[in-house]
Design a protein around this ligand. Sequence first.
Ligand code: XIL
Length: 301
Amino acid sequence: ATTLGSAASAKGKYFGTAAAAYKFSDSVYTGLLDREFTMVTPENEMKWDATEPSQNSFSYSSADTIVNRAKANGQRVRGHALAWHSQQPGWASSLSGTALRNAMVNHITNVATHYKGQLYAWDVVNEAFSDNGDGSRRSSNLQQTGNDWIEVAFKTARAADSTAKLCYNDYNTDGVNAKSTAIYNMVKDFLARGVPIDCVGFQSHINSASPLPSDYQANLQRFADLGVEVQITELDIAGSGTTQANTYANVVKACLAVTKCTGITVWGIRDSDSWRSGDTPLLFDNSGNPKAAYNSVISAF
Ligand code: XIL
């Protein structure tokens, strides 16, 4: 039977989902995970608070559970995320300056080394730009360690793992706007200066208030034209019925039209698994039945 993964594979793309290790005892959940998806992103298990709960003491068991399960099923894994202002352990969020910079580098080195050779890609830096419309960096403890923190993160990740593709990942970057343009300029600068970067992730959390921009495909294409791979990394679309189904299909069509768009990951399996379940933004209902959006994704491939 056709699945999300097989439909995408027929066009040379992957179709992934975020997965949570604590749900692996739910057979409806694992049934869909194993059948439908060819890529897996740990939803929370690789974040800084999960992997380094106290400084320089690393905890990989939940993330390893996901990676090993994916491998056993022939699925690939996107690592998420090495450096981010959110979901930091308390000890890190209270650091600043050189101590925080050194802690970030140590974190990236350890985690990327642990998963060396096992991941398709890493979200090396997540959500580093602000939403205030001027293309500036988000003010965070990491940003306050110096504007070069992003390139240091990418260089550190490359030194630890030479095979994972290194991605910059962000949200509200789905059309051509001040935020996506600032990221575009950063990527262009990194490529010009030899800072390692292989891919840009577009989270694509789509709300009814800000629907899919008409220049979604053009925005993906301008990044692809720089020479980096583009990926839809956390797709979820608020709504229901035909409207939601059509928007999902439009995301698939945009990725198909951009050669360097290698795949799409949805941010969870059933609506009830979503971090914003009230928006019913996913492809399966709470019982695990496929929604109209599921069928439209398959047809769009
Ligand atoms: C979310 C998870 O889905 C939730 O379970 C968690 O409580 C908060 O984080 N952008 C990201 C993801 O990059 O890591 C976030 O995931 C959603 C927004």
